[in-house]
Design a protein around this ligand. Structure first.
Ligand code: PRP
Length: 204
């Protein structure tokens, strides 16, 4: 049995469809239900649906053998897992964004709202800019609009959320896409199954 951690939502659904095509189907997963664990004993696969930012936690602790997670989350949390394959989907950028026309005058500490505190600190320390991190867990775009922060560091995919809130990208920090990650001991003990999965995804 191979245990796969999928992020809930669009990315997870799209990855599931690819995995189903290469022999890891579990049709109940696409049903409109609140279930979080789906198993197909015949195919030897169990899916768990988790919050995107938690996928690597499940994999690192061995609660899942493999998982699909954005590079943005890997770079932020540096989990102790193997990063095996770039699925080339779920593409987005981690970027600094601010209200249109914002200019950083460098005289004061820059207030940065983000759910990526490590990536934000790393970026601003690389350009020697003093900042204060305001850590949030969602709706980051709200922070500079209501004066909680000067800028945000967040994921930009289509750019719609920024546009609709009068913000614009100032700098792209890093590109991201979905990656297949594996638990280190699972990769040792279930190597054949995991490599078969990678081969299937590469050649689908
Ligand atoms: C992410 C991200 C942005 C948005 C970007 O939020 O934090 O808010 O998607 O996507 P776009 O460029 O296509 O508009 P998410 O949907 O994960 O919700 P959250 O605000 O609760 O984190």
């Amino acid at each position: 049995m191979i245990n796969i951690a999928l992020p809930k939502g669009r990315l997870g659904e799209s990855v599931y469809k690819s995995l189903a095509k290469i022999g890891y189907e579990c049709p109940e997963l696409l049903s409109d239900s609140r279930k979080l664990v789906f198993e197909n004993e015949e195919k030897g696969v169990r899916y768990i649906l988790v919050k995107h930012s938690d996928v690597a936690v499940y994999v690192e602790h061995g609660a899942a053998d493999v998982g699909i997670v954005g590079y943005d989350v890997i770079a932020e949390n540096e989990p102790d897992v193997f990063e095996l394959f770039d699925l080339d989907i779920g593409k987005c950028n981690l970027a600094v964004a601010a209200p249109k026309g914002f200019r950083d005058d460098n005289r004061e500490t820059l207030r940065v709202a983000t759910k990526y505190p490590n990536a934000a600190k790393k970026y601003y320390s690389s350009i020697n800019r003093e900042i204060e991190i305001i850590e949030l867990h969602g709706s980051i775009e709200l922070a500079p609009i209501i004066g909680l922060s000067d800028v945000i560091v967040d994921i930009v995919e289509t750019g719609t959320t920024l546009r609709e809130n009068g913000l614009e990208v100032c700098t792209i920090i890093q590109a991201s896409s979905a990656r297949l990650i594996a638990n280190k001991s699972s990769y040792q003990f279930k190597r054949d199954s995991i490599e078969k999965m990678i081969f299937g995804l590469e050649n689908k």
